[in-house]
Write a protein that binds this ligand. Structure first.
Ligand SMILES: *[C@@H]1O[C@H](CO)[C@@H](O)[C@H](O)[C@H]1NC(C)=O
Ligand SMILES: *[C@@H]1O[C@H](CO)[C@@H](O)[C@H](O)[C@H]1NC(C)=O
Ligand SMILES: *[C@@H]1O[C@H](CO)[C@@H](O)[C@H](O)[C@H]1NC(C)=O
Ligand SMILES: *[C@@H]1O[C@H](CO)[C@@H](O)[C@H](O)[C@H]1NC(C)=O
Ligand SMILES: *[C@@H]1O[C@H](CO)[C@@H](O)[C@H](O)[C@H]1NC(C)=O
Length: 925
């Protein structure tokens, strides 16, 4: 039984990075910092202040007398006033109310508003001229944040500063200096984050246009304060003039920053000072986007993580307006400096501190919510294209999947299924019987996802009702805004308006007359696209910023949460429709998103191209999404635009099986490319990849369960498990799956014959390539480094880290639903001390029973010198008993020697233990 294929680590061959310049064909469509009014002005301001150095005397100070502590049973915060002086108007002072709260989880929140906004006098009476402060209403899962109790914090105030000491062992201090204003957060006496370190705090207060000159300070530029000179934005009336906010944050001794998606760029954030090309957060329809770019994309999550071995910091900038983030990692210091500017709204941010990035994920999720536990089918394979043309086409694809023994769960319909792009209708001659089609798919447990977008074609009952009910996005004169999108002239539902929900619900309700829902079909789910919103004739392909939403808020203020408000409305409607049925967990895919979107939707990275560089960039993009609490994400397998080569398509499947959301999609002008189209050997290789995904669904589902309780990534960067190894901080072509120990390095190069895999620590790693355990190759490196492996077209390089136990289901079935009662195989991978443990989460995969009546189990399996034991944890006895016919058919124990226990006659729903004596001296390793 001594099977040792010990492989020796091969020193890293330095691979010269080939950086190819991709012509920036999109630049002219989208603003950069130079030609964006508020970014340009804040950059100018920051440059002026930097060049003045210590001679600069800030216009901002905190009025020491105003600072007071407000406390009560469920609240505890410090309030005060920031005062801004105007050098040319010594009599006038701008008052900026300040609030500092200490929240549970060692989070500290700062809010700064502007007083006197009520007094604004402008011609347009429809506009709400307060600063928009409701972003948190959309982003937070629970508006009632938990405050630290007054007695758990020590407060100290003097004439020049105020300090708060907090944390379990009082390890944190937040110190606020009054002039110049500076907030420093210390951990164990060491400064970690300094707010306004460089003095870039800027709040462009309200001023009338004709008095603007008097309101400017010498450091300010008046570039585009009351007009917008950018290409398609010239019509922006900027009714409230300049309103931007800006602030700088220095992360002390941090060099590795992550997050702030969405950008087609590296995992580890880049320095943006040299290129003057800051990361921009502004949801736009950037079709055929480029890689290596800080241009904005479809969604935005303003959460940045700074990570170093012993400590991680999160900065959550709660603002839904157009935002730029400049990152300065120049090597003159050991710090990373960032400068955040938003076009308007209040200053509102939370600083989160924890010992690991996982702790930041947990604390951030406690504020914005964790990812929903998706229905199990949605972790299977999704087959999409623009478009499957008619019922016959859909059902043919459905049976071809079976003929070719390709497992899949969901087929998708893009916009062409509708009658003239009128959502909630079917093109009747092509889809005469949606109910029958849904029933046919349901026979094998399959689902249909159809697209519904927020632009509603004018001139039919849905848009007529929207206009009549006055729940559209409005133009500046407060009449419904008309623009262009797929259907031609359209209006946009205003899902920020609470009245929109009941209207939206009615469109999804099971009414016999509502053919759209396919009768009472429970296997119809939704795709929300174009919700940035995409407006073909609008500035930067989106809505004019001076359009109006519910409450009189300008679109400018709410732009980045519009997409969230739309997909959340869809999710809410589906939950209501399915209430009381068994298959009641809805699935919604969204293109546009914001912090909080994880609660109700999956996302994908939009319109990529069928090119190798897009296959590669998909990994850091999805990793970034996972790092900021939006793990249910994927990219179009095969690439959206163009025709992938057979090899690229195959490699994309082999990568895509690891995306939390796994869907193949293709543009209407591309050739058909379902798995059987490329032919042999490709089809067999794709089938093997799909079978691997399906066999590992218990691993993915368990990872989703964990993420739904603690915000942990599902596709997880390597550095999460090797925080002491700084070299691992920039690895972005390799990842773990949840806490399973599976470490994957997909092949993303054309004609690859070999691949290098980074081993980040000195634990044992076992070869798990293609999920195959028949050859027990293993690696045990003395120090972190690269190993080289030969690969063929068949190979999906995977290792499993010693110390982990995972469950698989190994039979081919046509869909996840048909796998429900299949037996499990347990894989135990021993670490260097001969230990391993793991968890398997199980529920019915489709109802809310797991949350409403405890219908779930967690099976905890542990290997130690006494053998293997399983403990079933669950609270609902009836549910536990109902799993009685699901067995464990095989246990595979891998150490440098392999042991298989066939048919151990065990059940998944009961406790057991088996004694195993392995003849290994682990400390020899
Ligand atoms: C603007 O229109 C909305 C309906 O779209 C309406 O509810 C609101 O009252 C209008 N605002 C004013 C100030 O009339
Ligand atoms: C926004 O500001 C208004 C006016 O000051 C206040 O009444 C409201 O509670 C604030 N909302 C939030 C979510 O902070
Ligand atoms: C970093 O520092 C080195 C020398 O200390 C210098 O050669 C290099 O140009 C610096 N890089 C940047 C981006 O400033
Ligand atoms: C799909 O294409 C877009 C660009 O069009 C790209 O950003 C995205 O990452 C691509 N997906 C993958 C998996 O590469
Ligand atoms: C079992 O579940 C309970 C609550 O659901 C939890 O507190 C406990 O830690 C779990 N035990 C194990 C061994 O997982």
């Amino acid at each position: 039984m001594r099977v040792t294929l010990a492989q020796i680590s091969i020193p890293l061959l330095v691979v010269a990075l080939h950086v190819s310049y991709v012509a920036a064909v999109k630049d002219y469509l989208f603003k950069n910092c130079e030609n964006s009014g508020f970014c340009h002005r804040n950059k100018h301001y920051a440059d002026q202040i930097s060049s003045l150095g210590s001679e600069y005397k800030s216009d901002y100070s905190i009025d020491a007398n105003s600072v007071e502590v407000i406390s009560g049973p469920d609240k505890f915060f410090i309030q005060g006033q920031i005062v801004k002086v105007l050098p040319n108007l010594p009599e006038e002072k701008v008052v900026l109310p300040l609030k500092i709260s200490v929240l549970e989880g060692n989070n500290i929140r700062i809010q700064v508003d502007e007083a006197k906004r009520e007094a604004i006098n402008i011609a347009n009476k429809f506009i709400n001229h307060q600063r928009y402060n409701e972003t948190s209403n959309w982003a937070f899962v629970n508006q009632e944040l938990q405050y630290v109790k007054t007695e758990d914090a020590d407060l100290k105030k003097s004439d020049t500063k105020f300090s708060i000491t907090y944390g379990k062992s009082k390890e944190y201090v937040a110190e606020l200096e009054f002039y110049p204003i500076k907030l420093t957060v210390y951990h164990l006496g060491e400064a970690q984050v300094v707010v306004n370190d460089r003095g870039f705090l800027n709040v462009e207060h309200w001023r009338p246009k004709d008095a603007n000159a008097d309101h400017l300070s010498p450091q300010e530029s008046d570039f585009n304060m009351f007009q917008d000179d950018f290409k398609d934005s010239k019509e922006d009336s900027l009714p409230l003039g300049p309103e931007s906010i800006g602030l700088d944050f220095t992360f002390k001794n941090f060099r590795n920053l992550y997050g702030i998606p969405e950008h087609a760029d590296t995992l580890n954030l880049k320095d943006t000072t040299e290129s003057n090309n800051p990361y921009r957060l502004f949801n736009v329809d950037i079709f055929e986007y480029e890689t290596d770019s800080r241009l904005p994309m479809y969604g935005s999550i303003p959460l940045l993580l700074a990570v170093k071995p012993a400590l991680s910091v999160g900065l959550f900038w709660i603002n839904s307006a157009d935002t730029f983030i400049n990152v300065d990692k120049s090597n003159s210091t050991k710090d990373s400096k960032t400068h955040w500017v938003s076009e308007n709204g209040v200053i509102d941010f939370i600083i989160l501190i924890g010992s690991t990035p996982a702790e930041i994920n947990k604390n951030y999720g406690a504020i914005t919510g964790y990812t929903q536990l998706p229905p199990l089918f949605s972790l299977g394979y999704h087959q999409c294209r623009w478009n499957y043309n008619d019922e016959k086409d859909v059902l043919d694809i459905n049976s071809l999947m079976d003929q070719h023994q390709i497992p899949y769960d969901t087929i998708w319909l893009d916009i062409e299924y509708t009658d003239s792009k009128k959502y909630f209708t079917w093109q009747e001659d092509k889809f005469p019987d949606p109910e029958g089609m849904l029933k046919e798919l349901d026979l094998t447990g399959r689902n249909l996802v159809v697209i519904i977008d927020p632009h509603i074609k004018t001139g039919y009952d849905v848009s007529n009702q929207l206009e009549k009910k006055k729940i559209c996005m409005n133009d500046p004169s407060n009449s419904s805004y008309h623009g262009h999108c797929w259907p031609g002239e359209s209006v946009w539902i205003d899902t920020l308006n609470p009245s929109s929900q009941s209207f939206w619900d009615s469109k999804f309700s099971w009414d016999k007359k509502n053919k759209f829902t396919g009768g009472e079909s429970t296997n119809l789910h939704l795709w929300n696209d174009m919700n940035e919103p995409s407006v073909f004739n609008g500035p930067e392909t989106s809505s004019p910023k001076d359009n109006l939403h519910y409450g009189g808020w300008e679109h400018r203020s709410v732009h980045n949460i519009y997409g969230l408000s739309f997909h959340e409305a869809t999710f809410n409607s589906l939950v209501k429709r399915l209430d009381g049925h068994t298959r009641e967990r809805p699935f919604v895919l969204t293109r546009s998103y914001f912090a909080g979107s994880q609660r109700t939707a999956a996302m994908w990275t939009g319109d990529n191209m069928s090119k190798w560089e897009y296959l590669k960039i998909s990994i850091p993009m999805i990793l970034t999404s996972n790092v900021v609490g939006m793990p249910f994400s994927g990219a179009d397998v095969g690439g959206f635009f163009g025709n992938p080569s057979k090899e690229l398509l195959t490699r994309w499947y082999q990568t895509g099986i690891w995306y939390p959301f796994f869907r193949a999609h293709a543009h209407i002008d591309s050739r058909r490319r379902e798995p059987w189209v490329p032919g042999e050997p490709y089809t067999s290789v794709i089938r093997e990849a799909l079978n691997l995904r399906y066999s590992l669904l218990p691993v993915f589902y368990t990872a989703f369960y964990e993420s739904s309780t603690n915000g942990s990534p599902i596709m997880k960067p390597i550095f999460y498990e090797s925080l002491n190894n700084l070299e691992s901080y920039s690895i972005e072509d390799q990842f773990f799956i949840g806490s399973s120990g599976l470490m994957v390095k997909p092949v993303t190069d054309e004609n690859a014959n070999d691949i290098t895999i980074y081993i980040p620590d000195t634990e044992i790693y076992y070869d798990f390539t293609n999920g195959d355990l028949s050859k027990v190759g293993w690696y045990n490196v003395r120090k972190p480094g690269y190993i080289r492996k030969d690969v063929t077209l068949h190979d999906i390089p995977v290792l499993i880290k010693g110390g982990h136990i995972i469950a698989r289901k190994e039979r081919y079935r046509r869909s996840t639903k048909l796998m429900a009662n299949d037996p499990y195989t347990i894989v135990v991978a021993l670490d260097k001390y001969g230990h391993a443990e793991g968890n398997i989460y199980i529920d019915d995969g489709e109802s809310f029973g797991y949350s409403t009546s405890g219908e779930s189990i967690n099976v905890h399996i542990k290997y130690s010198k006494d053998g293997l034991t399983a403990h079933v944890n669950g609270s609902n006895k009836e549910y536990i008993n109902s799993l009685g016919n699901i067995g464990i058919e095989k246990i595979i124990i891998i150490s440098p020697f392999k042991l298989i226990i066939e048919n151990p006659k065990l059940k998944i729903n009961s406790d057991w233990s088996i004694q195993i004596i392995l003849d290994i001296e682990h400390d020899e390793l």
